[in-house]
Design a protein around this ligand. Structure first.
Ligand code: MF3
Ligand code: CO
Length: 267
């Protein structure tokens, strides 16, 4: 069932989105060479708690998962695409890191992800094409956001995301996409990362979607699950990028609720 949110509910989701954005910014600031992933997860936890919110991911257990999710964030390094558990791995120069995080504020959710390169320095030259992969992922997400206008259809959003991603020659993680979001992290509708324009649900003000392209450098779509039951890695061993925003469809067009707004930092 698709639940449209009222303007008051979207205002609460804006708060949840800004707290999520703040947690991601704090993790990114702390993500230096030599830092462990579980230390970064603590940074995310502290930021969310200080804002009076709850960690959205901690303890989350979809039917398919073997165990409740053990972290506040998902941190997926290099060939890990999504759902990496932040453990004792120590960041190395040139690591490609995706951080996915969510917060619940007064019952309403925010969900977002960023991808960045660790320890990048003009002299090191260690980028391995990762910058282009990140740029393509961002362009794909931006196209999806731009398509999330009232009157458009879900297929237009999926088509926009998929067309930009495919035009780059990168792979798109098979069978994965975005989702409706509100009181729950995962609500209807599922938002495929490829689709046919003019098809599917008509978008109306109050619909809130998490859009999240996952691009694979090697150009194939296949992935495998780690023995931990969570981490999903590229089958070809190539690197992957994942960027996500929570986006509200408003009568004026798309509003990115997880886009950092500078004035929030001053509150
Ligand atoms: N942003 C992720 C998603 O939409 C959520 C991570 S799954 C969790 O799939 F289990 F870690 F919560
Ligand atoms: Co999501």
């Amino acid at each position: 069932m698709i639940e449209l949110k009222t303007p008051d509910e979207i205002e609460l989701m804006r708060h949840a989105g800004q707290i999520t954005a703040a947690a991601l910014a704090a993790v990114r600031d702390a993500a230096e060479v030599g830092v462990r992933l579980d230390e970064l997860d603590e940074v995310a936890a502290a930021t969310i708690a200080a804002a009076g919110a709850e960690a959205l991911f901690l303890g989350y257990q979809p039917r398919s998962a073997p165990s409740p999710y053990p972290g506040v964030s998902c941190i997926s390094v290099n060939d890990a695409v999504v759902h990496g558990i932040p453990g004792r791995y120590v960041l190395a120069p040139g690591d490609l890191v995706s951080v996915d995080c969510g917060a619940r504020y007064r019952g309403w959710s925010g969900d977002a992800a960023i991808t960045f390169i660790v320890g990048k320095h003009p002299d090191t030259g260690i980028t391995r094409g990762d910058e282009a992969l990140i740029a393509a992922t961002r362009a794909s997400l931006d196209a999806g956001i731009a398509a999330a206008r009232p009157g458009a259809r879900l297929g237009d959003v999926a088509h926009a995301i998929g067309t930009v991603a495919r035009s780059t020659g990168y792979g798109l993680m098979e069978g994965h996409g975005g989702h409706g979001i509100g009181r729950e992290m995962h609500e209807d509708p599922h938002v495929p990362n490829e689709g046919r324009p003019g098809r599917g649900l008509r978008l109306r003000p109050g619909l809130v979607l998490a859009l999240e392209p996952m691009l694979i450098a090697g150009g194939t779509d296949a992935y495998d699950e780690d023995p931990d039951g969570w981490t999903l890695r590229t089958t070809d061993g190539s690197r992957a990028a994942h960027i996500e925003h929570t986006v509200a469809v408003t009568e004026h067009g798309p509003e990115v609720l997880t886009q950092p707004v500078s004035t929030y930092a001053e509150r």
